[in-house]
Design a protein around this ligand. Structure first.
Ligand code: ARG
Length: 463
């Protein structure tokens, strides 16, 4: 098959080379963006008198026909035409004849592909931002229903201090808020137009890049043609933000796996989000959070892959850069899929309030509160810490929890203990007293939820 660049060649391309260099099997995902970019380019070419208005109109009509034929599955991509750009250009020429060959005036595939990638990421980042907001809404709903629900708080996965379940899940709300903000912020670097940079040095034609930026909705234009065609930092930024977000999703997933185990039984995932075992009839497996946890690996891999592809490249474009696509597509799909799954899974999970409440009464996680009690009576914290350690040891030996020790027993350790010690020991008291800003008391958690609600109302207004 003849190539769009065939003039300089005397031999056909080796079949294996065709297969190795072709990207059409994956970059066909950019078809819409490619046509969108071409429509803006040809409009500008016509307006600037670089091609005649009549030719511009023919090309525009031809591109629209190609688009609808592609949408209807009437056209077949060919490996011989290598990538999405040359496939579409060939479809256009097949459709409207040699005039279609004027589309590529003042343009190169190098600025074209960079433009497609910017457009693709712009659209998809906006969709992902919305999906994060949906997960946040699901978290918020669970939090609101569980302000007074107590759960053991852990450090080192050892019981530390009881907390409100709402407080625990709201921690993920704020992580996702920063994930969302990182993506919103990254749009500043995605919203820049590379088109008009040519192969690397600009073009001899009197093009109007501002007009193309306006037509495509870009806020800015790359001021350096070599930078524009050879950097992919906007994709790296997306992949970094995605990696951090998947790390958060993975930690939350890990908690859901642990919490839904028989040993914890803090939550139960809805049947529709679990799977069974082919051999053990009793099993209800948390495959969904397990897979979300695991998919984090491929997103990290995509980030590391592209960082490595780019690190040794001299300016400007190198074919190596064609390897920027699959990881980006895969990351978008992984994120979209994970976020879509997460929201309803959180929404539909059952919170076993009783089990959680029982758990917090059967531990020594109120020990800090007894130390704080002695401090309010004048004992230095370090001495109080030492003394409570001894009381915990004594209680473990007597097989009692701290709430079950008598006042006489407390007083054998210190005369500072009075009847009011029992007002700081129940989980409700322990949680309620952590009333510092950002703490777990219901009071503070309500404030936090209020702040989150104002926050999401504000980001809806911004859109
Ligand atoms: N398919 C190529 C890519 O994705 C498009 C740019 C090719 N440019 C070139 N001069 N080979 O990077």
């Amino acid at each position: 098959m003849s190539k769009l660049w065939g003039g300089r060649f005397t031999k056909d391309t080796n079949k294996l080379v065709e297969e190795l260099t072709a990207s059409i099997s994956f970059d066909q995902k950019l078809a819409n963006e490619d046509i969108q970019g071409s429509l803006a380019h040809v409009q500008m070419l016509g307006e600037c008198g670089i091609i005649s208005p009549d030719d511009a109109n023919k090309i525009k009509a031809g591109l629209h026909t190609v688009k609808s034929k592609l949408d209807n599955g009437e056209l077949e991509y060919s490996v011989a035409h290598e990538d999405i750009h040359m496939n579409i250009e060939q479809f256009l020429i097949d459709e409207i004849g040699p005039v279609g060959g004027k589309l590529h005036t003042g343009r190169s595939r190098n600025d074209q592909v960079a433009t497609d990638m910017h457009l693709y990421l712009k659209n998809n980042t906006n969709d992902i931002i919305q999906l994060i907001a949906d997960v946040q809404a699901a978290i918020l709903a669970q939090a609101e229903a569980n302000i007074e629900t107590m759960i053991p708080g852990y450090t080192h996965l050892q019981r530390a201090q009881p907390v409100s379940f709402a407080h625990h899940v709201m921690a993920y709300y704020w992580m996702m808020e920063r994930d969302k903000q990182r993506l919103i912020d990254s749009l500043d670097r995605v919203n820049i137009l590379p088109l008009g940079s040519g192969a690397m040095a600009g073009t001899t034609f009197p093009i109007d890049r501002e007009r193309v930026a306006e037509l495509l909705g870009f806020d800015d234009i790359y001021p350096n043609s070599m930078d524009a065609v050879s950097d992919r930092d906007f994709i790296l930024e997306f992949l970094s933000a995605a990696s951090i977000m998947m790390m958060h999703i993975s930690r939350l997933s890990e908690e859901l796996v642990v919490w839904s185990s028989e040993e914890f039984s803090f939550v139960e995932l809805d049947d529709s989000f679990c799977t069974g075992s082919s051999i053990m009839p009793q099993k209800k497996n948390p495959d969904v959070p397990e897979l979300l946890r695991a998919k984090t690996g491929r997103v990290y891999g995509n980030l590391l892959g592209l960082l490595t592809v780019l690190k040794g490249l001299p300016l400007a474009y190198n074919k190596d850069m064609q390897e920027d696509k699959e990881g980006m597509f895969d990351t978008v799909e992984t994120l979209v899929g994970s976020l879509k799954m997460l929201a309803p899974m959180i929404e539909t999970m059952t919170v076993n309030k009783e089990t959680m409440r029982n758990a917090v009464t059967q531990d020594y996680s109120n020990a800090t509160d007894i130390a704080d009690y002695l401090v309010t009576k004048g004992m230095p914290f370090r001495d109080a810490h030492e003394m409570i350690g001894k009381i915990v040891l004594y209680a473990i030996d007597k097989k009692k929890y701290l709430l079950e020790l008598s006042l006489e027993e407390y007083q054998t350790f210190s005369p500072l203990f009075l009847e009011d010690i029992y007002t700081v020991l129940t989980p409700e008291q322990v949680v309620g007293q952590r009333n510092s800003y950002g703490g777990t008391s219901p009071n503070q958690v309500k404030k936090q939820i209020q702040l989150a609600k104002e926050n999401s109302a504000q980001s809806t207004v911004e859109k």
